[in-house]
Design a protein around this ligand. Structure first.
Ligand code: SF4
Length: 205
């Protein structure tokens, strides 16, 4: 008998809502975690390797978690539920880089995130990168949000939001001050959050 989150992921894998998006849908592990990480959208390597944050940005992201929690990549994937603003690779921009998902695609994919919020009832959301941060917080420079903890009210619940910058090599923000200090502060906040300190729990729905 599949768990609610396993059932959810199999429905998500079958999604065909956005005609411009590339298949397959990229999903993480079916962990019933109270900590939900929300990325932007997969790149071209993730659909091939079959998991989110599978390439260079992922290496940096897992190094960050390891630096404050001591967890390996595998342990992190087993303890944090990986979601994203869009779950499919949007394709390349003719001008270079990955295409940013459009409003319609973000709206389409938000239904999956909504379902995850219902099933998992997270206590902590970690949005990674500007597109994901904008899903939970008003627009602001990274220097004003990284290193801070916010409260996001959703369906009568209060959920902590601790944003991270995008770990992509394309942006030097997290490698130069004040990014280095603010990133460290954010990671320390995440490491002591109760949602990261308890083993994943079975979802109740
Ligand atoms: S981006 Fe999201 S909504 Fe669009 S096809 Fe992929 S999974 Fe479905």
């Amino acid at each position: 008998m599949p768990t609610p989150i396993e059932k959810h992921l199999s429905q998500l894998r079958a999604c065909r809502l956005c005609p411009k998006m590339h298949r397959p849908v990229v999903v993480g592990r079916p962990v019933a975690s109270r900590a939900l990480l929300v990325g932007q959208a997969p790149g071209d390597k993730e659909p091939v390797l079959g998991r989110p944050f599978a390439w260079t940005a992922g290496k940096t992201l897992f190094k960050w978690f390891n630096s404050v929690l001591g967890w390996t990549e595998d342990e992190t994937r087993d303890r944090v539920y990986f979601a994203a603003v869009c779950r499919c690779f949007p394709g390349k921009n003719p001008a270079g880089g990955d295409r940013v998902p459009d409003e319609g695609e973000i709206e389409n994919c938000s239904r999956w995130l909504e379902r995850e919020l219902e099933i998992l009832r997270p206590e902590l959301i970690i949005p990674v990168g500007k597109l994901a941060i904008g899903r939970f917080l008003p627009e602001a420079p990274l220097t004003e949000v990284i290193g801070q903890s916010f409260t996001w009210r959703h369906s009568g619940r209060e959920i902590d939001v601790i944003p991270l910058p995008h770990p992509s090599g394309a942006s030097p923000w997290h490698r130069i001050e004040p990014g280095i200090t603010l990133l460290r502060r954010a990671l320390k906040r995440i490491a002591v959050h109760p949602a990261m300190r308890v083993p994943p729990v079975a979802s109740g729905t």
